[in-house]
Write a protein that binds this ligand. Structure first.
Ligand SMILES: [Zn+2]
Ligand SMILES: [Zn+2]
Length: 574
């Protein structure tokens, strides 16, 4: 197994491109179109842009709606595809197009709203055409990162946001023995790769989060406060967005707590992605950078990809080599709180790749887990446990006082909204429960994702956002068998849909049975009031079953799902 340690290079070797420089009050220039590409040529390869922009103070609901519309029409006119999230607190996107149009889009976005003049657009050119997204999906969400801060009520970034450091400055700070490094990503991301400061340098304190919603309570725990007390706090995440609110949260906490003080809070501009581009040999980074797009992971550019015989490593070999590197770095540089280890969760073999969509089977967890190729075909999904669940780790629960108030306010708003639409608060879900998915059963096999979306949205008069539709797949036939999950953007919305859907369907089934009894006569006036749209839409006259997805068997929720417009039928899988 290769255990070659990544070399830490001298900061003098670093080349920072002009466009990476800190934006001034004027917009930073976008990188020029690569010279090997002829913009007017009909054949142009794919470019990708990653960016986020917080808006402080948040957009009003009407401005938010208008911006969403403007951005979609702009992207459509320039043939820009990809996905994004748009909240009142800002925009976060990963978009693809040809090199010229990506730049036109960024320039035009700055005209849509001056706030985008400060945006750090991270453009990568010359990607294969296969990396281009097929469609544009822009979701309207409450929060850009699910910290559970209710977006508009979160600590102001202008007032409390941390200092942005360029990668080279950040690199130097990692050598400071009075500094603490906090990885703001989830534990399963940190396990396969993270920043490990040099011996005698900063202390690594891993928050061991299953999701970002746990961060505020972790920061508020006595144990964490003791570790951060009096230190310079250095945060980082994949692209920088998660650090924005995270640093603001910490600054707000220390401003309100006389007994808890730190020596400055900063994060690396552009996150790990920019750090690794600045330090092509990795710098203080070790392992894989877990990514949520098609690339799946990123390695330092100069990372060794060949085995001892000089042959290129296969993904299996690479996953072992990377895990070996991460584990050996643990031995040479101790951390105050270690992240989980990069190992197969079945056989404990060192392995640093997530493949095959395996998840922890614990109901409240569900994080991705590593299963090596040897264990993958024979493992039982319902027995898989992530490293945190294996050791029985439970995250701190007590959030800072100022957030408890915000959460209560938000909860009260949600409740009153729910009361207004459904006339009862008896089933209002708890705020952070995972019940955002609604299970639908006994569906006709020709049902489509857009049909289910339309049904759910019409049930609630357009007052809900469907995040996605997932088809449940029978593992033996690889086909759809009439069950699906509709994922809403919050559990309050899911509750609303449940109550409305049962109301609509009950009413329509009753009307239908009345129609059948009076076959020879004209349908009653009551039936004419009900155009039976839901039953027509779903293509069924039978009882459609539905309920919270939490009540279904774990094998169904464990990744035997498929996202597409048309469900995969058994016949299509040979
Ligand atoms: Zn294994
Ligand atoms: Zn778990």
């Amino acid at each position: 197994m290769g255990t070659d340690v990544v070399h830490v290079e001298d900061t003098r070797e670093v080349v920072v491109h002009a466009w990476q420089a800190r934006p001034t009050s004027n917009s930073a220039p976008l990188p020029s179109i690569p010279t090997n590409q002829n913009a007017s040529s009909s054949v142009c390869s794919t470019s990708i842009v990653l960016f986020y922009q917080y808006v402080d103070p948040a957009w009003t609901p009407s401005v938010h709606k208008a911006r969403l519309k403007e951005i979609i029409s702009l992207a459509t006119s320039l043939h820009v595809t990809g996905r994004g999230r748009c909240a009142r607190e800002g925009l976060n996107c990963t978009l693809t197009a040809c090199a010229e149009n990506i730049r036109k889009f960024c320039e035009a976005l700055r005209e849509v709203d001056p706030v985008f003049r400060e945006t750090d657009f991270k453009i990568t050119d010359n990607l294969p055409a296969t990396e281009r997204f097929k469609a544009l999906t822009l979701r309207k969400v409450d929060e850009l990162v699910a910290y559970g801060l209710e977006g508009a009520k979160a600590p102001s970034l202008r007032e409390y946001g941390g200092t942005h450091l360029e990668a080279t400055e950040y690199h130097k700070c990692l050598q400071n023995p009075n500094a603490v490094v906090v990885d703001v990503r989830n534990a399963y991301e940190t396990a396969v790769g993270h920043i490990r400061p040099p011996p005698g340098g900063a202390q690594l304190v891993d928050p061991r989060m299953r999701n970002s919603g746990e961060f505020a309570a972790w920061l508020n725990s006595e144990e964490t406060k003791q570790k951060l007390q009096g230190k310079e706090v250095l945060m980082y995440c994949t692209g920088g967005i998660r650090c924005e609110r995270a640093t603001a949260l910490l600054n707000k906490m220390t401003s309100e707590d006389d007994g808890f003080k730190v020596q400055g809070v900063s994060h690396v501009r552009g996150g790990i992605e920019r750090y690794l581009k600045t330090f092509p040999s990795g710098g203080y980074w070790t392992g894989m950078n877990y990514l949520f797009d098609r690339r799946q992971e990123q390695l330092p550019e100069n990372h060794n990809l060949v085995d001892l015989a000089g042959k290129p490593m296969g993904s299996d070999q690479l996953a072992e080599a990377i895990a070996g590197e991460v584990l050996s770095r643990r031995e040479t540089t101790a951390a105050a709180v270690e992240p989980p280890q990069p190992k197969c969760c079945v056989c404990a073999r060192p392995y640093a790749l997530y493949r095959g969509q395996f998840h922890c089977a614990m109901r409240e967890c569900k994080v991705p887990v590593i299963v090596c190729p040897a264990c993958a075909p024979k493992c039982s999904r319902s027995l898989l446990r992530c490293p945190l669940c294996t050791e029985g780790y439970t995250a701190p629960k007590q959030r800072p006082a100022f957030l408890q108030n915000a959460a209560m306010e938000a909860d009260a708003t949600a409740k009153s909204e729910t009361e207004f639409t459904q006339g009862s608060t008896s089933h209002v879900g708890t705020k952070f429960s995972p019940n955002r998915r609604i299970f639908f059963g006994k569906l006709p096999l020709h049902v489509r994702a857009s049909t289910l979306r339309e049904f759910v949205v019409r049930c609630c008069d357009g007052a809900v956002n469907v995040e996605r539709v997932l088809w449940a797949i029978d593992p033996s036939t690889c086909g759809f068998y009439g069950s699906a999950f509709v994922e809403l953007s919050s559990d309050v919305e899911a509750e609303r849909v449940l109550s409305q859907a049962s109301h609509v369907l009950d009413k329509q089934l009753a009307a239908l049975s009345r129609c059948k009894k009076r076959k020879r006569r004209r349908p009653s006036a009551g039936a004419e009031d009900n155009p039976l749209w839901a039953l027509k839409l779903l293509g069924t006259e039978k009882r459609v079953k539905f309920g919270f997805a939490a009540s279904i068997s774990s094998s169904q929720s464990d990744g035997c799902t498929f996202e597409s417009e048309i469900p995969p039928l058994p016949a299509s899988c040979k």
